[in-house]
Write a protein that binds this ligand. Structure first.
Ligand code: SAM
Length: 375
């Protein structure tokens, strides 16, 4: 009886089914043979990562996670990179670096030190292990030990390669997973955190308060705003060393699994169709806000080329033609290489990198593309 009642109140066309139809039509073509495996990954339970909170008692937390069988994939990736450098025996001249990337069209000459110093630690269970993390508990000072998120969403932050003293903008920041990862570096001089949604910004504030002591959240260190990010270029041009543009998108995994707040619902059709335009405008604003020589990472959690590489290409063209801003795409192959034991990457991406969901490593989708502003 309960089931019958539930059946009558079920929507005739659930948004999750509409999303699946749409993905089958489009990603079947985009991903070809890879689609069936990605599809089953996205329809199955997602895997999480535990971003360690350096402002808590990390020793205890990490020991507990290690005992449970989890490991820090960032640290392991950096070790793998060092190993690779040693075996090729030319690391002093190398222009490649997992967290610092070279342009796709030209190589940069600088020798870069291996970066074990990112300070970002994210624990995951090994490939094929579907154990779940327990909820984090507050330590003696009240700070939570870790933040659960899609481990692949750490990659855009690593790609941003924040350095000591940087001035950083997180343009679409709520609910704050990547903001929290940025703060873990403890290298940022000033972090501007923005999200146009007031309610989501309030949630972000609560997240930060549960993880970061008050003295690290003073106005001179972290400024939280709730502006329309599309207008940032008018507010602060040529300002930031690093800008993260983590845009709203069709959130593919969520759209397949949750009826609530689903962007494939009929009432949100217009909003969904307008997403690529909004994404271009946000990336344009991010590029304008970056200082010449500074870097931008554009990221989404969709497989859609229209919201990924097409947005990057169009924003680059518009930036040059209409805003007098030039930027070059940076090669992230080294980053994908060091983390290939943790994530499944699209084998031959056209621009940027794409983490594909897979039953043995069910993270993503996460798309990331890094740009360096040249003028
Ligand atoms: N970076 C976040 C994180 O790691 O937790 C996730 C960001 S979510 C993918 C995209 C965000 O963009 C949403 O919180 C949404 O409110 C925000 N957004 C949408 N339109 C925006 C705009 N015009 N300006 C700034 N933020 C916007």
């Amino acid at each position: 009886r309960v089931k019958a009642k539930w059946a009558t109140s079920r929507p005739k066309f659930p948004s999750t089914s509409l999303a699946l139809q749409y993905f089958d039509m489009n990603y079947g073509t985009d991903l070809g043979d890879l689609w069936p495996s990605v599809r089953i990954g996205m329809l199955s339970e997602q895997k999480y990562g535990a971003l360690i909170n350096n402002f808590s008692n990390t020793g205890d937390v990490m020991t507990t996670l290690q005992v449970q069988g989890a490991h820090d994939f960032v640290y392991n990736g950096a070790l793998a990179w060092e190993e690779k450098q040693k075996t090729t025996q030319d690391h002093l001249q190398s222009d490649e670096h997992p967290f610092r990337s070279s342009t796709t069209s030209e190589t940069q000459g600088a020798a870069l030190p291996p970066s074990l110093s990112t300070n970002i630690k994210c624990f995951v269970f090994p490939k094929g292990d579907i154990s779940r993390f327990k909820s984090a508990r507050p330590d003696g000072t009240g700070m939570l030990g870790y933040y659960l998120l899609d481990a692949a969403s750490i990659l855009p932050v690593l790609a941003l390669d924040v350095q000591e003293g940087h001035n950083v903008l997180d343009l679409c920041a709520a609910p704050g997973g990547k903001t929290l990862a940025l703060l873990q570096t403890q290298a940022i001089r000033h972090l501007a955190v923005n999200d146009s949604s007031a309610s989501r910004t309030a949630r972000l504030r609560r997240v930060l308060q549960s993880y970061v002591p008050r003295e690290h959240l003073t106005e001179d260190r972290v400024r939280i705003t709730s502006f329309d990010g599309r207008r940032w270029g008018e507010l602060e041009r040529d300002t930031y060393d690093r800008v993260l543009v983590d845009v709203p998108c069709t959130t593919d995994r969520h759209s397949l699994q949750e009826e609530d707040n689903n962007v494939f619902s009929r009432v949100r059709a217009k909003e969904r169709q307008r997403l690529p335009l909004l994404q271009i405008q946000l990336l344009l604003a991010g590029l304008e806000a970056t200082r010449p020589g500074g870097e931008v990472v554009y990221s989404t959690c969709t497989l859609s080329p229209l919201q990924n590489e097409c947005v990057v290409e169009q924003a680059l063209e518009l930036a040059r033609k209409e805003r007098g801003v030039s930027a070059q795409v940076q090669d992230l192959q080294a980053l994908a290489h060091v983390f290939r034991d943790t994530f499944h990457f699209l084998p031959t991406p056209r621009l940027g990198e794409l983490v594909l969901p897979h039953l043995t490593a069910n993270f993503g989708p996460i798309y990331l593309c890094k740009l360096r502003r040249t003028s």
